[in-house]
Design a protein around this ligand. Structure first.
Ligand code: ZN
Length: 265
């Protein structure tokens, strides 16, 4: 675990305050993965949460009042992804919009001059969305449930913040900035193999380990794979070991070892 705060005076200042005891209780009660961490990781996650909760703007929508619980749970889940990464990777966005329950995105309007055949676009219900320079949109119902139940394998915060990491290099293409040049070739080889296999299997209606939503495009593939990497790491390591290893290398975390250790407690 790294402590790279030294150069950042503003963040050092934030961390001069102790982590609030009430926040720790919220983590213990509402964030299952907090219990998977060792003491050193918990300490570092708490620091990340303190900085994140202070720096980001949390906007409640449709009448939602942003409470400490909402702030702490979202910050914790977002920062789980950064435990083994540099702490400033969420620098490109500032605001998180939080809706109480599922948001329905209106269909994109067809241009008056469009020559394309009129396609009836269905209204899609979403539980989150992320844009390159923000905002991130989250639905609190979905966030709350996922934080308590990693066994479901769906986590909208892990998903959207994986998109944020992916877009750090300016492109939502399923490839976040990797640690060294050599890593790109193996990333492409492993991910495209599993991505294509997911497309093929879901087209044939076969059961797949990853959610077929990951077959939408490379960006969704990385976001969905990230959800499984944190939520179902032991199963992922067994079923898709090459993909697990690639993600473990990128996130610099061994989530499977952590899950195994937690289960044996
Ligand atoms: Zn997505």
């Amino acid at each position: 675990m790294m402590f790279h705060w030294l150069a950042d005076h503003r963040r050092k200042k934030i961390l001069e305050k102790d982590f609030p005891a009430e926040w720790r209780l919220l983590l213990q009660k509402h964030v299952a993965h907090y219990h998977y961490l060792n003491n050193e990781e918990r300490f570092y996650l708490e620091q990340l949460i303190q900085v994140f909760a202070k720096e980001k703007i949390f906007e409640g929508c449709n009448g939602l009042e942003v409470t400490d619980k909402i702030r702490v749970v979202i910050s914790a889940e977002a920062c789980m992804l950064l435990l083994g990464l540099p702490h400033d990777l969420y620098r490109n966005f500032h605001t998180i919009f939080i809706y109480p329950s599922t948001v329905v995105v209106p269909p994109a309007r067809q241009s008056m001059f469009s020559t394309a055949p009129l396609i009836v676009q269905s209204q899609t219900a979403i539980s989150g969305q992320a844009f390159k320079r923000g905002p991130v949109i989250l639905v609190w119902d979905a966030v709350k449930k996922a934080a308590r139940h990693p066994e479901l394998g769906h986590n909208v915060v892990y998903h959207e913040f994986a998109h944020i990491l992916d877009m750090l290099d300016g492109h939502a293409n399923g490839v976040p900035p990797l640690h060294d040049k050599k890593a790109y070739a193996s990333w492409a080889a492993v991910c495209s193999k599993e991505f294509n296999s997911l497309i093929k299997k879901s087209q044939m209606g076969k059961r797949t380990f990853l959610d077929p939503y990951g077959a939408t495009n490379e960006a969704e593939f990385f976001a969905v794979a990230t959800e499984y990497f944190f939520d179902k790491p032991l199963k992922m390591k067994k079923n898709l070991s090459a993909l697990y290893d690639i993600l473990a290398g990128f996130y610099n975390q061994d989530t499977a070892a952590r899950e195994k250790n937690h289960r044996s407690k």
